[in-house]
Design a protein around this ligand. Structure first.
Ligand code: ADP
Length: 254
């Protein structure tokens, strides 16, 4: 009984420590993301100021129909900005551990890509998607989104100096599992580093750029959801694979 109690206590301690890690990695990610966000929000704000000036002119001249037409792009931009900040709110929220909601993994990929959209465009990354949808799994959408974001940001970092950046995301069923792969052409992981990439605080990035927590936290999150996360190299880059059990109940036709 004493032993059981001890194990229970240790498991609880471990979970608290893990939650703490997840939270600090999120905060670090948020910090790094703010520059990209400022860019993403400032540009439409400037555009909107100009659009409003145009609107004022149109109204001054009594061109009400044209003014209505000019409202549409303003509306679209506001919707986009609201989607962006909406994501960030859920991303920053501390979610209770052990959440096992039914979710579509393909939608998690969509959301993560949307969050990184500015960087993908700025760095002219050609993105190839092969997503089976819906891909029902059980887990915590916010945490799984964090895993995807970590993998995608690492891929982008690795490809930073490559003239032609190619990112491929595949999601397909493999027996009882969903297999999600993120492949880049950033040169891959040095053979001697492969066994260490999931270690907390392992980083090859310059001080200030890398915390070495992204993959350690991602590994913990995927395991917590009953899955596996692994790293490998292919011809000219790295490939990260997430496997998660298929939520068979959700896929059942009855
Ligand atoms: P950080 O990004 O802060 O360094 P991570 O835990 O996310 O922390 O990654 C650890 C290390 O794994 C990176 O510093 C890098 O050396 C290596 N790595 C991760 N993803 C890739 C990738 N796609 N290509 C090459 N190396 C990678």
């Amino acid at each position: 009984e004493e032993l059981e109690q001890l194990v229970e206590e240790r498991t609880r301690d471990l979970r608290t420590a893990q939650d703490g890690l997840v939270q600090s990695a999120k905060l670090a990610a948020l910090g790094q993301m703010s520059a990209a966000l400022a860019h993403e929000i400032n540009q439409p704000l400037t555009a909107q100021r100009m659009q409003l000036a145009t609107l004022r002119l149109l109204l001054d001249h009594g061109r009400v129909d044209d003014a209505y037409k000019a409202l549409k792009p303003v509306d679209d931009m506001l919707t986009r900005m609201a989607a962006l900040t909406g994501h960030l709110k859920t991303f920053a929220r501390k979610s209770p551990s052990g959440l096992r909601e039914r979710l579509d993994l393909a939608a998690v990929v969509d959301q993560s890509l949307q969050l990184l959209d500015a960087r993908l465009r700025d760095e002219q990354v050609s993105t190839v998607l092969h997503l089976t949808r819906p891909a029902w799994v059980r887990g915590d959408a916010i945490r799984l989104e964090q895993v995807l974001i970590n993998l995608l940001r690492n891929a982008l970092d690795a490809m930073q100096d490559k003239p032609c950046k190619r990112l491929e995301i595949r999601l397909e069923a493999d027996e009882q599992l969903w297999r999600l792969t993120v492949t880049d052409n950033g040169g891959g992981i040095a053979e001697e580093h492969l066994p260490n990439v999931f270690d907390p605080f392992f980083t090859t990035k310059p001080v200030g750029d890398g915390l070495g927590l992204g993959l350690a936290v991602s590994f913990a999150i995927v395991h917590e959801s009953g899955g596996r996360l692994s790293a490998d190299n292919h011809v000219n880059g790295a490939v990260f694979t997430v496997t998660l059990p298929i939520d068979l109940e959700a896929h059942s036709p009855c």
